[in-house]
Design a protein around this ligand. Structure first.
Ligand SMILES: Nc1ncnc2c1ncn2[C@@H]1O[C@H](COP(=O)(O)OP(=O)(O)OP(=O)(O)O)[C@@H](O)[C@H]1O
Ligand SMILES: [Mg+2]
Length: 265
């Protein structure tokens, strides 16, 4: 049994607009999965269905085998943490420490455990030195790490990161990569929406492609980024290294190393 399942799920917004259609998916603990797709493809809508921020208009969401229609959003959020696409939709406390402590405090953990959770999450997200600051004293890209730390501090089994790479420099992108691998080591399921194709190649073995409201393909980066018909249909770009390989008349290349070997042959 998979930890998190979507069974033929569709969702229409109250204005009648259907944003995601007939999606079936399963996620295991200890795996990192990337979600890619054009703007408006339905990525955010789909992941919001996983933690109860939105409820399916058709189909079922199951957590640990249990259907979630009877669970409150707060109950679902204990198991599935969602880091918002826009950090400013999530942040509401006046210090970074309070923001990170809010979740574990709400879980009624003893003060000592709350402090441990905050220290651990802050250390991981590079926030230890700025805990006393107002969240808005940090730039947008760093505010994203506050919201990641706040979700980590709740210790959910599933962590969903909605475009964590947007606006991040190389160093922060590498930190995000380490963070995802650490969460996997802690046996979490990590679901990451991103438009950074290099990040996908570097950090993930499993990729989901959304296009025009539907899940179009699940596969390894190599399978996804060398599927010409899929990329055209989904209006997705290959990572630069694949573009270079293609220009040289090569196929199925994913890394510099592989490119070097193929060219050297
Ligand atoms: N509250 C809403 N009411 C009506 N339509 C909405 C609402 N929120 C989103 N949509 C529409 O649903 C579609 C899917 O949106 P969604 O945010 O899931 O896309 P996305 O794949 O996450 O895109 P992006 O990469 O831009 O974040 C879009 O056409 C969007 O305009
Ligand atoms: Mg989105």
């Amino acid at each position: 049994m998979s930890y998190l399942e979507l069974l033929d799920v569709s969702f229409s917004y109250p204005n009648g607009f259907e944003a995601t259609r007939n999606v079936s998916l399963r996620f295991e603990l200890g795996e990192a999965v990337a979600i890619i797709g054009q703007n408006g493809a339905g990525k955010t809508t789909t992941v919001k269905l996983m933690n109860g921020l939105l409820r399916p208009t058709k189909g079922q969401v199951k957590i640990a085998g249990q259907t979630t229609s009877q669970l409150t959003t707060a109950q679902m959020a204990q198991h599935v943490g969602y880091v918002f696409q826009n950090p400013d939709d999530q942040i509401f406390q006046e210090t970074i420490e309070k923001e990170i402590a809010f979740g574990p405090k709400n879980q009624k953990l003893p003060a000592e455990d709350v402090a441990k959770r905050v220290a651990d999450a802050a250390a991981f997200c590079g926030l230890t030195e700025v805990l006393a600051e107002h969240p808005y004293n940090l730039p947008y890209s760093k505010r994203k790490f506050i919201t990641i730390a706040a979700v980590m501090a709740m210790d959910p089994e599933v962590v969903i990161l909605d475009e964590p790479t947007a606006g991040q420099d190389r160093e922060s992108t590498e930190l995000l990569g380490r963070l995802i691998q650490e969460l996997v080591k802690r046996n979490k399921a990590v679901i990451t929406i991103t438009h950074d194709m290099e990040f996908v190649v570097n950090e993930f073995q499993k990729v989901l492609v959304f296009a025009d409201k539907e899940l179009r393909k699940v596969g390894t980066p190599r399978k996804i980024f060398w599927d010409d018909a899929l990329l055209t249909f989904s209006a997705l770009k290959q990572p630069y290294i694949c573009q270079l390989a293609k220009a040289l008349g090569l196929r199925d290349v994913l890394t510099m190393d592989e490119l070097g070997k193929q060219v050297g042959r």
